[in-house]
Design a protein around this ligand. Structure first.
Ligand SMILES: Cc1cc2nc3c(=O)[nH]c(=O)nc-3n(C[C@H](O)[C@H](O)[C@H](O)COP(=O)(O)OP(=O)(O)OC[C@H]3O[C@@H](n4cnc5c(N)ncnc54)[C@H](O)[C@@H]3O)c2cc1C
Length: 583
């Protein structure tokens, strides 16, 4: 079983959770969106998805500094770039199509559901495009943006060094001005995704390094563009010095990079000297959102595979059955499948909402939408990738023993998902970001406005008073009160200068936020589905949407009050952690 993009589910979430319709007009109609999604699904299902297993088995062998991607990958990459997918939401001035990020988010989900290892390459290129477009000189933009937007060249992010992972203040790579506007870069980087490959002729490395006499810490880091092939066609002084052997995403090369073995790789400054980290931060929102979408994609794929398997595999007799039942008839298997489907849809809703806020930030709403996107981004990244790990693990469980052997692909989903909570800022770092930087936005007004928007969803449900909702409205209202309670506690801890108290509860707080926000996304879909049924639509998917939102509220959202308690009462462990961990 491979993957089939759930286009109608995606479109429903785009419209009824993320407010797609407000952005439609003559330039982009609903029919256009449907056509784009259908075409993306054709490429994801038909071209990329079949390569997922091939990439896992073949890996990306390194021979004499060169990396070979798995059979079929080069052709698939060419098909994908020729379709214009790389530049879907890029600026038309640079050759992009200028479509909303929201639409690109749905496509990003598809590429990564088809193969995370494949989707990673354009994900890194997108980050490079953004950093360059926002901070690069006109000359650099003219030289590099067009080829990056078309996908003719790819980009990498060279941040991590052995001693500098989460803490980039510790990085040691050096840069020295040559005197003609160029710099010489010397240093070693690790874990560089697609640092070397055979998909394109050139690779544009974005490298963080320190200038001589730069201030210590993060205020002394600069960003450089360091191409593999220099503008005169010669090879730059950089190479892939090693390849990691990993738990998953075997189809994507994770490289150690050596810059400047022969005196210094030539690079050009992006942005101002010593402001490199600020340049990286401006692209962080969309890069982190894209990793969240990787989580949604792999969770969707694992759910589809599990559902198919559960309908075929026969074991035991469900109550009332005459002979052996398909395991999908057993309540415990149903619970697993519904949990998988509901978390996937909840995470999709959060990611799409975040993308919509990023789009809105470019319009009249401006700063307010930007702040909302900033608030939602760590939740989109960490919640979606945490649940990707849980959903893919449940996927193995649904398959029983067949999940633990490689044949069904369920094991690969779980292996591939494991990295998502680690790279692009670990999920622990996302929780810290949410609590210490995002809750205080606008003196707490941003998070308060978000909670108010959730309350409006709960009020709508309660007003509908539809028996099909079960306890959905009451559960959502209770979950929001738990989130409100925990938010007040965190804001008070920050205001009274007790950051250690706030940070101790950061991870359960992020989970609580994701759970409640995700439940509200499902509830919005349920209300839209109810309205459609009342308007005479007969699509059985509508009743399914109501049932899924109800399942999530009655079975998963029940954890909200416990999570709030952990945030508020659980932080005392920091005083006794050393004792408890001793011995
Ligand atoms: C497959 C793969 C691909 C990658 N691709 C890239 C890439 O393309 N470019 C790139 O630059 N990097 C890349 N990375 C690196 C990745 O971003 C880092 O691994 C990640 O940021 C974590 O850093 P670390 O591994 O040093 O872990 P550490 O920073 O040592 O963290 C270890 C643990 O400690 C926790 N921790 C650390 N600091 C704190 C703190 N202050 N407070 C609370 N907890 C903390 C972390 O959350 C984590 O749980 C990749 C890594 C992998 C494995």
């Amino acid at each position: 079983m491979t993957y089939r993009a759930p286009v109608s589910e995606m479109l429903f979430a785009l419209r009824h959770v993320a407010g797609l319709d407000a952005t439609l007009g003559e330039a982009l109609t609903l029919d256009d969106v449907r056509t784009i999604l259908d075409e993306a699904a054709r490429v994801a299902d038909g071209v990329i998805a079949p390569l997922n297993r091939v990439g896992d088995r073949h890996g990306t062998p390194l021979t004499d500094g060169a990396i070979t991607t798995a059979p079929g990958w080069r052709e698939a990459y060419r098909t994908w770039t020729e379709g214009g997918w790389n530049g879907l939401s890029a600026d038309p001035d640079h050759g992009g199509q200028g479509l909303p990020l929201l639409l690109n988010a749905a496509c990003t989900e598809m590429w990564n559901a088809a193969s995370i290892a494949f989707g990673l390459c354009p994900l890194l290129t997108a980050g490079g495009i953004e950093a360059l477009a926002q901070h690069g000189s006109e000359d650099l933009k003219a030289r590099y943006l067009g080829k990056l937007v078309s996908g003719e060249w790819t980009a990498t992010m060279n941040l991590t060094e052995p001693q500098a992972g989460s803490d980039l203040a510790l990085l040691r790579s050096r840069a020295e001005p040559v005197g003609d506007g160029r710099y010489r870069i010397v240093g070693a980087k690790i874990y560089i995704t697609y640092g070397e490959h055979d998909l394109t002729d050139n690779i544009v490395h974005l490298v963080l390094a320190r200038l001589k006499d730069a201030p210590a810490g993060t205020r002394g880091i600069s960003l450089f563009l360091v191409p593999k092939i220099l503008p005169d066609g010669s090879r730059n002084d950089l190479r892939c010095s090693g390849l990691e052997h990993k738990l998953g995403i075997h189809g994507s090369p994770t490289c150690s990079m050596a810059f400047g073995d022969a005196g210094g790789a030539i690079g050009w400054l992006i942005g101002e000297e010593n402001r490199g980290l600020a340049c990286m931060f401006t692209m962080m929102n969309s890069a982190r959102l894209n990793v969240g979408l990787q989580g949604v994609g792999i969770a969707e794929r694992a759910t589809q595979a599990s559902l198919t398997y559960a309908r075929e595999r026969r074991q035991g007799k469900a109550p009332g059955a005459q002979g052996p039942s398909a395991i999908v008839a057993h309540a415990d298997v149903q619970r697993m499948l519904l949990t998988m489907k509901a978390y996937t849809a909840a995470a999709r809703g959060i990611c799409y909402l975040t993308a919509a806020a990023l789009d809105a930030a470019k319009g009249p709403e401006g700063q307010g939408a930007h702040d909302r996107a900033s608030l939602l981004t760590p939740v989109a990244k960490a919640f979606s990738t945490d649940i990707a790990n849980e959903v893919t693990s449940l996927g193995v469980q649904v398959h029983g023993g067949m999940g633990f052997v490689e044949e069904t692909g369920a094991a690969q989903h779980m292996r591939d998902a494991r990295i998502l909570g680690i790279y692009e800022g670990t999920n622990g770092i996302q929780a810290i970001d949410l609590v210490s930087r995002k809750l205080p936005l606008q003196g707490g007004a941003t998070v308060r406005a978000q909670i108010a928007s959730l309350r409006r969803v709960a009020e709508g449900l309660l007003k509908d008073a539809d028996p099909a909702y079960g306890h959905l409205g009451a559960r959502l209202r209770a979950g929001i009160e738990s989130l409100d309670r925990a938010t007040s506690f965190q804001l008070a801890a920050l205001a009274s200068n007790r950051p250690e108290t706030a940070l101790a509860g950061a991870t359960p707080y992020l989970r609580l936020f994701g759970l409640v926000q995700g439940a509200a996304c499902l509830a919005r879909e349920a209300r839209a589905a109810r309205a459609a049924l009342q308007a005479g639509e007969t699509d059985p998917a509508h009743a399914g949407r109501i049932a899924l939102a109800r399942f999530f509220a009655e079975n998963e959202l029940t954890a909200a009050s416990g999570l709030a308690d952990s945030v508020i009462d659980g932080g005392g462990f920091t005083e006794t952690a050393a004792l408890a961990l001793a011995g």
